[in-house]
Write a protein that binds this ligand. Structure first.
Ligand SMILES: [Zn+2]
Ligand SMILES: [Zn+2]
Length: 510
């Protein structure tokens, strides 16, 4: 019996979620299910960064209050995650007042102990908008790679993604005007003192890749002091010097949500395992800022057994799905066409076959489902269900799958379990255990498979083999129906920032 804390990233709530956005969540879900199966105490958390500066930016563009926007997106997101079978314990909302109090008090304690202090930062300011420009509100070039990006963090996630203290050639993302720099006092938090405690913890994680370590060390160099407040009314106020125009940096806010929303034992138990599934752009925050904030608190929060698993979500972003072209596998439509488990199958199957750069093809997807699941699995279950005297379970191969899962080798574990459930020589006892492991990947399909093995007449797949032409046509018709909405959302996510107006939103009034 052990404790495992699992966190998975989810994109900003106003995005139209695509299947590619689910990748960290789907990888995390395998381990939440696997550790629960083994009797571990698991807490599986995800959530929305509802105070993100992009939320405020979009809300202004839409002339809406950000709270209304995030409420709407939350209501739309939860059923999608349920349909995908994501077994979250909590989907945290950073606008929850309980969390606001927790963050305020947390930072106040650090302030009282002198670990955070006011310091002047040069902040870009737009005279035309009469506004200081936090992260998403300023556009320019990354000082490290030269790419065009917004402030805060470089948008070039593949080769850079570094945290940016100050942009080159910055201009206002709202009106396009030039910026000047004005000194503003913000709460500053030096992370350097925690480096000697954090790096050895990360290095001791077998699963942590060299690229992750490199980015962690780079972040300690790039931003030795993190500014924990921003010039925006949309966020959590700092209780010691309450100023309606200056609120807690949304990354600090959303990182601390991992503590607010999880039972304390998962942070205090030094033996608990902590797994973070995220995109590579999350590494500076989960590898540096969160553990530094936890260590600074001296509340007994442990940063041991800390593993960052930036999975292939980025590669997907560059490949299959793109909001800018309006094409991709969008969750809402995808789930109207096929059950969530078949989309889960697609993701694990794709990574298991190292097709990371492959474009999604309906034909290939339908073929894999037809061959491996409908033909391979269903046929094999029918055979085993009739087995007169069940042979012993193949413990060697079953333990092989378990040890791959313990080593977080998702793709190899998926291949091994699929091979096992389709093996015509596997006994019913083996298949019963194998389908239990399969439930980590394909929970609903595995549940029906087990019923079948236990003698029920239930079919694992209704309707027989998939026709890729029919599927594609149904999916495309649904997407076309929603095309107008998709393009609207595309406009507001900032690619046409110059068309946005500044509209004064009184954030005190809802
Ligand atoms: Zn860059
Ligand atoms: Zn401006």
């Amino acid at each position: 019996m052990g404790r495992t804390f699992i966190n998975a990233g989810w994109p900003y709530l106003y995005d139209v979620p695509g299947l590619h956005n689910c990748v960290p969540m789907l990888f995390a879900d395998v381990y939440a299910r696997f550790h629960r199966l083994g009797g571990d105490e698991v807490f599986f958390l995800s959530g929305g960064d509802e105070h993100g500066s992009r939320v405020e930016f979009v809300a202004r563009g839409l002339r809406r209050h950000p709270q209304g926007l995030v409420d709407e997106k939350y209501a739309a997101t939860v059923p999608l995650l349920e349909a995908m079978g994501i077994s979250l314990d909590t989907f945290a909302r950073t606008t929850d007042p309980r969390h606001g109090r927790f963050v305020g008090e947390y930072l106040a304690r650090l302030f009282e102990r002198g670990l955070v202090r006011w310091r002047d930062f040069d902040i870009p300011y737009c005279a035309r908008c009469a506004k200081h420009l936090p992260d998403r509100f300023v556009q320019g070039r990354c000082p490290h790679c030269g790419d065009v990006t917004y402030g805060g963090q470089c948008n070039n996630k593949k080769t850079c993604g570094r945290v940016i203290a100050s942009l080159r050639d910055g201009r206002c993302a709202v009106c396009g005007g030039g910026v000047e720099f004005r000194g503003r006092a913000h709460l500053s938090f030096p992370t350097g003192p925690y480096r000697p405690a954090i790096l050895p913890q990360l290095r001791s994680s077998k699963e942590l890749g060299p690229e992750v370590l490199r980015r962690v060390e780079e972040t300690f160099r790039d931003v030795p002091e993190a500014a924990l407040t921003r010039d925006t009314p949309w966020g959590i106020r700092f209780p010691i010097q309450d100023d309606p125009g200056r609120t807690v940096y949304s990354w600090a806010d959303s990182l601390l949500a991992k503590v607010t929303f999880a039972p304390e034992a998962f942070w205090r138990d030094p033996d608990a395992r902590r797994l973070f599934f995220l995109g590579m752009d999350g590494v500076p925050f989960y590898g540096v800022l969160l553990p530094s904030l936890l260590l600074a608190s001296e509340e007994g929060y442990s940063v041991s057994n800390w593993t960052l698993l930036p999975n292939a979500v980025l590669i997907y972003e560059g490949g299959v799905c793109s909001k800018s072209t309006g094409t991709g596998i969008w969750l809402q439509e995808a789930l109207s066409v096929l059950e969530g488990d078949l989309w889960r199958f697609h993701i694990y199957h794709t990574y298991a076959h190292a097709e990371r750069h492959a474009d999604f093809r309906w034909e290939r997807f339908a073929q894999a489902v037809n061959e491996e699941l409908i033909g391979g699995l269903e046929g094999n279950l029918a055979r085993a269900a009739l087995e007169a005297s069940p042979g012993p379970a193949d413990t060697v191969r079953l333990d092989g799958v378990r040890s791959l899962l313990l080593g977080l080798e998702t793709a190899a574990a998926f291949t091994a379990v699929m091979d096992l459930v389709r093996d015509p020589a596997a006994s019913r006892a083996t298949l019963l255990e194998a389908t239990s492991l399969l439930s980590c990947f394909l929970p609903r399909i595995a549940a029906r498979a087990r019923l079948r093995l236990l003698g029920s007449a239930v079919r694992v797949f209704e309707g027989g083999p998939l026709s890729h032409r029919a599927l594609r046509a149904r999916y495309q018709a649904l997407v076309d129906e929603r095309r107008d909405r998709l393009s609207l959302e595309e406009d507001i996510t900032g690619l046409r920032a110059d068309s946005l107006c500044v509209c004064p939103i009184d954030l005190k009034e809802q």
